[in-house]
Design a protein around this ligand. Structure first.
Ligand SMILES: [Zn+2]
Length: 217
């Protein structure tokens, strides 16, 4: 059978990993199920074998690409709207992934950073805020978005709660619980929806109405 030589993530030994099964993702890319010769445990690597990896002999990545690290599959990561700025979306996904692998303190700290970056980005890009200077502290920035009528009172309160919660995760000695991290994810998701997704949806409808002559501005 074909094999890879990799540092096994199960036992830490640099070992031969024998191919025992595979599935094609497309015509070029495959996921290959391997068993470590040192510990007998399994991993899955993405790669581009030239023939059936189980039937072939020799090193699978001798002539074609195979990833150095095995696949890490985290279930049920949310899919975000493309209206959310890329960097903000990346942070949210990092936090959501941390929560799903039970790193609740990391999740809390990164959800807070997501809100911090999302509100900074809004100050930098929203024309309604072009002459306004953002506050350094995230909570003060959220409060200001309420005062300038960018956010309604309910979401300002939600964000304030989220920031206090996130702050706990970053600084408290108590561990952050699964429930707290989940509640913070819901709050952050709701905030991003109101900051970016709904305004984009409204703008799209308005543009359509203007094009149809139903509305002037
Ligand atoms: Zn191993």
């Amino acid at each position: 059978m074909g094999f890879l030589v990799r540092r096994c993530v199960r036992c830490g030994v640099n070992a031969q990993m024998d191919a025992r099964g595979y599935t094609g993702v497309d015509n070029l890319n495959f996921e290959v199920f391997v068993v470590c010769k040192a510990c007998g445990k399994t991993s899955i690597y993405s790669g581009q074998p030239t023939s059936d990896p189980v039937q072939s002999t020799g090193q699978l990545d001798a002539s074609r690409h195979f990833d150095r690290e095995p696949l890490v599959s985290i279930p049920d990561i949310p899919i975000l709207s493309s209206d959310i700025p890329q960097r903000v979306g990346e942070l949210f996904i990092q936090a959501a992934a941390s929560r799903r692998i039970h790193f609740y303190d990391a999740a809390g700290a990164i959800f807070r950073k997501t809100i911090d970056v999302a509100t900074k980005y809004l100050f930098a890009t929203d024309p309604r805020l072009s002459d306004k200077k953002p506050a350094d502290a995230p909570r003060a920035r959220i409060q200001a978005l309420g005062q300038f009528k960018i956010l309604d009172e309910e979401i300002v309160d939600l964000a304030d709660v989220a920031l206090i919660d996130g702050n706990d995760a970053a600084h408290d000695t108590d561990p952050y619980t699964a429930n707290e991290a989940e509640a913070l994810e819901d709050l952050t998701f709701d905030l991003l929806d109101r900051l970016y997704v709904r305004p984009a949806r409204i703008a799209a409808v308005k543009a359509k109405q203007i094009a149809a002559g139903q509305r002037k501005t």
